[in-house]
Ligand binder design. Structure first.
Ligand code: PAF
Length: 278
């Protein structure tokens, strides 16, 4: 596995692969890898001959009072996991290499990124889109894999690729959960044992709403009210519980296929998100 510390070295590697007639997939991550990330890597290996994984805690997607400084990092462990998966290259640049010190251009999406998490994290998706487009440009990837766990991120990235004709195929990968249903997230490491038990309420509330839907209940207001009520009992605060179309992120009039039930809530100081795609 090649370790690329500079944009130049990853681009050169990808160019060599393409010259040899090989396709390239990128799996963008912020490291502190878990089974969810590894499932993205495994899917990427099915989609392209070569797989590069980026490990970069992107400063521009964190708000001023968010957890950039304390975001968990363990590069050695990450690299060992990626090596074991047979990844071809890892891209782990220093922030100074990723961004020019006086960078003045960033990418703003003006609709999908304003709702759900975007309403609470107003600069987040501009940071995500900017770094993701840079990763596409630097890696020259043919395919990129993102998790359905960050359903809004996936929708916003798909929109960027559509609207800017970015020559990359976006693949969404199913959300991975612990045995008890907790959605895997690097931020779960912040949770104490007691908080972790309370965090299960996100999945449980979504599960109950999905069961109602399967039983024929299709009123989005009733579903989201039920979810919000359950979360209010176990979480310290609830940012949102919404039923939206998974592609447009617009509220649905009736629950149906492609409806995304999405939640964000705090357990202690940790902000958690989860979703079910009906
Ligand atoms: O999903 C993430 O971990 C990040 O938002 C991403 C896509 C790697 C961009 O920094």
């Amino acid at each position: 596995m090649k370790i690329c510390r500079t944009k130049k070295s990853l681009s050169a590697l990808s160019d060599a692969w393409h010259q040899a007639g090989e396709t390239v997939a990128i799996v963008p991550t912020m490291g502190y890898l878990h089974e969810g990330h590894l499932s993205l890597v495994r899917l990427a290996k099915k989609k392209a001959r070569r797989v590069a994984v980026s490990v970069f805690v992107n400063p521009t997607q964190f708000g001023p009072n968010e957890d950039f400084e304390r975001y968990p990092r363990d590069e050695r462990h990450d690299f060992a996991l990626l090596r074991a998966e047979g990844v071809d290259a890892v891209f782990a640049p220093a922030p100074e290499d990723m961004y020019a010190e006086d960078a003045t251009v960033s990418l703003v999406e003006s609709k999908l990124s304003k709702v759900l998490c975007g309403a609470f994290r107003p600069t987040h998706f501009a940071g995500v889109l900017t770094v993701v487009l840079k990763l596409f440009n630097v890696s020259r990837a043919d395919v990129a894999v993102f998790g359905q766990k960050d359903a809004q991120q996936l929708a916003v990235i798909r929109r960027m690729v559509r609207d800017l004709d970015v020559p990359v195929e976006i693949v969404g990968a199913p959300l991975v959960r612990e045995k008890d249903g907790l959605a895997l997230s690097s931020r779960n490491t912040y949770l104490s044992a007691a908080e972790r038990r309370r965090a299960l309420s996100l999945h449980k509330a979504l599960d109950a709403a999905e069961a109602d839907y399967r039983a024929g209940k299709t009123d989005p207001a009733a579903a989201t009210a039920r979810i919000a009520k359950a979360l209010a009992k176990s979480c310290d605060s609830v940012d949102y519980a919404e039923a939206v179309d998974a592609d447009t992120l617009e509220p649905v009039k009736k629950l149906g296929p492609n409806t995304l039930l999405a939640v964000a809530a705090y357990v202690g100081k940790t902000r958690l998100i989860d979703n079910h795609l009906l």
